[in-house]
Design a protein around this ligand. Structure first.
Ligand code: DHB
Ligand code: FE
Length: 280
């Protein structure tokens, strides 16, 4: 039986990919950010997940205004790092898990979540930066990845409540997959940031830390935060945090905290990172 053993939340700032790739990750600016992931890198080596369901958003790399899937699942064999304007990152290709992905797609669609199925796409910093943060400099990623893309770029994104419910349905789908697999689910993006307009650079440390608090334990109050609160309190790109609720929903009624890290600033963004276990 496949099972979800842990959830990881992480920002996915593209500059972290640059810092990693240019080996600046221990300098004065990036050191305090990357050291917050050291615990997780050691833990991942021991945890040895077979598959990560990686909830992320595409930033106009694979999708654009021509088509905007609200929820999409990657069922392909492999995915190449996207060229985001300065050439693809020199990181390993991402190996999928088509059997698990198609099983999840079937289970979700029969539960009335209208997923878009993707067999071919490139994956951008939203997916590859968290892999670098969690696994470092490796010749091959040590896990298979099922990409789960969420529209948080063009209004209207899905509600937090719908994201949480999708996570719950993903957990049921994984639990009904017959192969014995150790599966993690990651939610990426955030935390507070706004990249454009008069409020560019907005950071809200108090709000972010309340959000991190809310992921731990048995409360589900985060699922009811309205879009307008993310926009007002955490900036236009803070809405990426609804993706963390898919991860949280998949962990079940209660969670236990394993690790937590928060740092300001990184590029325009407040870096947040959390590692959780289901609390049976
Ligand atoms: C930044 C953060 C993001 O989440 C992103 O997708 C792009 C840029 C930033 O802070 O620079
Ligand atoms: Fe982003």
């Amino acid at each position: 039986m496949a099972r979800i053993t842990a959830g990881v939340g992480s920002s996915h700032v593209p500059l972290l990919g640059v810092a990693h790739d240019q080996k600046k990750d221990r300098d004065a600016y990036f050191g305090p950010i990357f050291t917050g992931f050291d615990w997780t890198r050691a833990w991942e080596k021991a945890a040895k997940p077979d598959v990560v369901i990686l909830v992320y958003n595409d930033h106009a790399s694979a999708f654009d205004m021509k088509f905007i899937p609200t929820f999409a699942i990657g069922c392909g064999e492999r995915y190449q790092p996207a060229d985001e304007g300065w050439g693809p990152r020199q990181v390993p290709q991402v190996i999928g898990h088509p059997d698990l992905a198609w099983h999840i797609a079937q289970s979700l669609i029969l539960e009335e979540f209208d997923m878009t199925i993707i067999n071919e796409m490139d994956v951008d910093h939203g997916l590859t930066v968290p892999l670098s943060m969690m696994f470092g400099d490796v010749a091959e990623w040590p896990v298979r990845v099922v990409p789960l893309a969420v529209n948080v770029v063009t209004y209207p994104p899905p509600s937090g409540n719908r994201c949480w419910a999708l996570g719950e349905a993903i957990a049921r789908a994984v639990a009904s997959f017959p192969e014995d697999l150790n599966v993690q689910i990651w939610g990426t993006g955030g935390m507070s940031h706004q990249l454009q307009g008069p409020r560019a650079g907005l950071i809200n440390q108090e709000w972010d830390n309340r959000f991190l608090n809310g992921l731990v334990g048995g409360s589900d109050h985060l699922r009811h935060i309205p879009h307008i609160e993310y926009l007002r309190e955490t900036g236009s790109e803070g809405i990426e945090m609804v993706m963390w609720l898919i991860m949280r929903g998949a962990l079940g009624p209660s969670t236990r905290l394993l690790h937590r890290h928060y740092h300001v600033p990184c590029s325009n963004t407040a870096i947040g990172h959390i590692v959780l276990e289901p609390n049976p």
